[in-house]
Design a protein around this ligand. Sequence first.
Ligand SMILES: [Zn+2]
Length: 501
Amino acid sequence: MMAEMRLHFLGATRTVTGSQYLLETDRARVLIDCGMFQGSPNDVIRNRIPFAYTPGEVDAVLLTHAHLDHCGLIPHLSASGFSKPIYATKGTVDLTRLVLLDSAKLQEEFSQSHQRFAKKNPDRAAVEDEETMAELAAATKEDPAAATRNAPPAAITALREPLYTVDQTNTALGLFRGIDYGAEVQIAPGITATYLDAGHILGSAIIRVRVMERDQERVIVFSGDIGRPGSPIIRDPTPVTAADWLLIESTYGGKTHEPQEEAIRLLGEAVKLTGDAKGVLLVPSFAIGRTQEIVYELNRLLSAGTIPHLPLYLDSPMAGKASDVYRAHLEYFDDAARALIASSDSIIDYPDAIVTNSAKESLAIEQAARPFMVLASNGMITGGRIVQHVKSLVGDPGMTLLFVGYQGEGTLGAHLQQGAKQVRIDGQDLEVHCQVRSISGFSAHSDEPELLAWLGNFTKKPRTTFIVHGDPAAQAAFEPKVKALGFATAVPAWRETVELA
Ligand SMILES: [Zn+2]
């Protein structure tokens, strides 16, 4: 008889953010990812809902990669009583430090400005709090009991407090343990984990969890975010051939990316047009992964004489630091990138790129002589320095807003990408007159054919393949194709628990 084992789906279910899964055996509790919900208010408010378990009773956290939607609640978890090891590859440990400290700083800043506002405008603040509570009610509508199962609604973190502070984040960072790809590590009684390269961003991993109970062995594979084969700089996703249960991401279910060469051609075209029109090219881009990739491609296009040398502003202090982490982990690079390093030591650098550190420098960019290019985070325009640039330039026909990544449902980025004629930013209604272009081929995620090809490596099919980390339309498109390959599938709901037996 196999002992009982349960998997709780606590995030990235029928949405693309908030990744969090709790694996529970008779002897141990292990959390896989502890990500922040991002995107629409309905999503974001879920960060304030108490954890579905007692953090102090968790034996370990396994982190797939450094993106905020996978690691963003770790300091909150640690501040709520978790004090055991957090395992991640060494590259992920270094990147996560940047991501979490930046997130904590934003939390503190947001909380301070929110509290100042509430002091000056108590009535409006009360209305906003009411709206937030309504969002909370909407967020928990699908299963209100589940949301508050382990804590009364009164325990919901005070809305104006930071979710966590820089100090709390530093404490959480002390729990990290850097491990190598391919090494099987004992992480809790009866449970080991092996990290395999997911080819998504530097250090990203597919995690293979092995559970040994009463002489029986069970394998659960968590895909994390699966990268695109052939992406520059990092290696391709590792094929996996066997599992008893599998969780697979589905961000791009139903979608096929354009080929990498077409993406590079479109990027070059946008730069040339901006140069000819003496305009501004504004690229929303996540600081980690995408920014390094775009800079790498711009540098190659420039070296090949394909594009003019326009000034490039890297308006993200974190992007610069993330590039330093990339440079410190050449062991994770693919063969092509290593070959390039042999001939040039600056493959993720653009000549004379201007890195803006302060918010003041960021605001001054718009006064620069045109043409110029700006890469700013974040990639879905839900926060970060990109928001201010979009706000000032969205009505300017001389600006091209170039999307190079996924735009989550309900985000400002998605509205603009879908051709909105008017947008609301910081309470202001603005008309859209800029050019809007999109390139899908730079994705850090496999598209549907690539996901299906990765699934095709399985010679021992999982008993159930759980489709996670996708918006509902993507999952609806993807599931029948996974079934057609002979996999038994399920699309878990938020806070659903499944017995693995
Ligand atoms: Zn990711």
